[in-house]
Design a protein around this ligand. Structure first.
Ligand code: KIV
Length: 285
């Protein structure tokens, strides 16, 4: 395991104050969390995007709180020092402030995550304030908010026009005033992200496909490492094509088993002659 000290919310704000970009990736499982921890990734989001990347759904809407609890706990075990954020799934916070507080509390208590994230603008300010009043750090999420993709007209750039951009800027202020320590801006124009970042006073602004001017960057792990087969969004850069490497390995596995070249003697265990002979004798009794 790495020797890094557990990251705290103060460490994140210290990075912002020092002008050091915060690194952030999604993650849904123990072995990947272990690798991200070794690489020194600052923040890990256990996103409800796991519905698409891990479970093969077309959207994030079918993801349940039980799904989030299981995956977030696995990530926590693999990444003990990263700042881990558990995503609040569809309808775990929208119905009421009380629902939001109970859901956030469950995610924190049952997974050991450091913070929760929820989607939405000023209309979610009371949910954020409620969760913060329960002592739980909350992150907001504006721009393309996948749980509302249907209402937004699909997975597309948000805030392209001035009026829509103004609403996003106003929403960011409302979330900060409600107590959000961090806001993720997903797929908004770079200048809108820059404006929000410059105006933020006590809030970390993170970018997913929203340009370089935020306090840090998020990528969906499966997009960045060639692991999502359906499409690759423009905002993602493929840092290593692990999907291709795995595919080559699979082809080789199938070929070697078919050709009877796997397993080789170093891949299995023999039995001493005396024990084998005794076994045959026992079987004959
Ligand atoms: O679920 C998730 O991974 C997210 C990202 C799309 C930001 O919310």
């Amino acid at each position: 395991m790495s020797a890094r000290k557990k990251l705290t919310i103060n460490d994140l704000f210290a990075k912002v104050a020092a002008g050091q970009p915060i690194t952030w990736l999604t993650c849904y499982d123990y072995p990947t969390a272990y690798l991200q921890e070794q690489a020194g990734v600052d923040m890990i989001l256990v996103g409800d995007s796991l519905g698409m990347t891990m479970l093969g759904y077309d959207s994030t809407l079918p993801v349940t709180m039980d799904d989030m609890v299981r995956h977030t706990a696995a990530v926590r075990r693999g990444a003990p020092t990263a700042w881990v954020i558990g995503d609040m799934p569809y309808m775990s916070y929208q119905p009421s402030v009380e629902t939001a507080i109970r859901s956030a509390g469950r995610l924190m208590a049952e997974t050991g995550c450091d913070s929760v994230k929820l989607e939405g603008g000023a209309e979610m300010a009371d949910r954020i304030a409620g969760i913060v009043s329960a002592g739980i750090p909350v992150m907001g999420h504006l721009g393309l908010t996948p749980q509302s993709a249907s209402a937004l007209g699909g997975f597309r750039l948000q805030g392209k026009g001035a009026a829509q951009a103004k609403k996003i800027v106003d929403d960011a202020k409302a979330l900060e005033e409600a107590g959000a320590y961090c806001i993720l801006l997903e797929l908004v124009p770079d200048r809108v992200c820059q404006l929000i970042t410059e105006r933020a006073q006590h809030c970390i602004i993170m970018s997913l496909g929203s340009g370089p001017h935020a306090h840090g960057q998020l990528l969906i792990y499966h997009d960045a490492f060639g692991l999502y087969p359906r499409f690759k969004p423009r905002m993602a850069k493929v840092f290593a094509d692990a999907g291709q490497v795995i595919r080559q390995g699979l082809d080789q596995y199938v070929a070697e088993v078919t050709a009877k070249t796997f397993p080789a003697p170093e891949n299995y265990f023999g039995m001493p002659d005396a024990q084998y002979d005794e076994l045959i004798r026992l079987l004959a009794e």
